[in-house]
Design a protein around this ligand. Structure first.
Ligand code: DC
Length: 255
């Protein structure tokens, strides 16, 4: 697998003279956001990155791109050993490219934009399955680490605070009740014209929650030192204000 990261060029651009950084904060900042599916991570991480004027990296999209390769190859979401080996082979033979930065990420496979295709319910389930393969994580994690260490940003996923950046400036664990998460996911899919029943969303969410928290390799956990935010009854603005206040605490002098 070859993964190119134009994100890096965005990061480099940002570092020059802190042109796009908030005027008072000159230090690099790295925010790690983890949590289960439907907790609002992507929207919140992207919005926070915009407010902080730093790059945003959606690490789940990387696992989703690998999942799309597996789906296109006809593999079932219940991966056996041979299936897992095939996923690794596919990953090595295709070029997955992540680009974008402040407002969102664009994912390409061999030059084709798959940013929408990776959002289907089927791809969500397969992403959860391929993310349990140690070789897949061993390929993706070092890249995520390299990007964050170079220039910082807001990075979201399942293991950012526990494995990728245990020393992030701010670690956040976003959560919400299972029912609220399912309702949000259902609305989101409907907005993207994906027809799926709420029962199906609940069932898939349960499967993903179980897989993501019980896998042996980097399971979803609250990283030590995380700020835990339950977003069930919080508006997006309230969550952002809460996180901006946490950032302000880190940089009391704006230094
Ligand atoms: O955040 P998401 O729903 O796009 O993630 C898709 C899957 O990828 C999720 O079920 C678990 C996996 N994932 C992971 O294991 N580690 C990450 N850092 C991000 C996602």
């Amino acid at each position: 697998m070859i993964l190119r990261h134009p994100v890096q060029s965005v990061l480099i651009g940002l570092s020059k003279g802190n042109r796009l950084m908030p005027p008072k904060r000159k230090q690099r900042i790295l925010v790690a956001i983890d949590g289960p599916a439907g907790a609002g991570k992507s929207t919140i991480a992207a919005r926070l990155a915009q407010r902080l004027e730093v790059p945003y990296l959606d690490t789940g999209a990387m696992y989703r791109a690998v999942a799309l390769l597996a789906l296109r190859d006809g593999l079932p979401t219940a991966l056996d050993e041979a299936g897992a080996a095939r996923v690794v082979e596919l990953m090595e033979n295709h070029r997955i490219e992540v680009s974008g930065g402040i407002s969102g990420n664009r994912i390409e496979i061999d030059g084709d934009d798959v940013s929408s295709e990776i959002r289907t319910p089927e791809c969500s389930l397969m992403a959860s399955a391929v993310s349990a393969i140690p070789e897949v994580r061993q390929a993706l994690v070092p890249m995520q680490r390299r990007l964050g260490l170079e220039k910082g940003g807001v990075m979201e996923g399942r293991d950012i605070g526990t494995v990728v950046f245990p020393d992030a400036d701010l670690k956040v664990f976003l959560t919400a009740s299972a029912e609220e998460r399912a309702q949000r996911r259902h609305r989101d899919l409907a907005n993207h014209e994906v027809a799926v029943s709420i029962d199906e969303v609940r069932e898939q969410q349960n499967r993903r929650d179980h897989q993501d928290t019980s896998r042996s390799e980097s399971p979803l956990q609250v990283a030590p030192g995380s700020v835990v935010v339950d977003t069930t009854d919080l508006s997006l603005d309230k969550v952002i204000e809460r996180l901006m206040a946490e950032v302000a605490n880190l940089f009391p002098q704006g230094a």
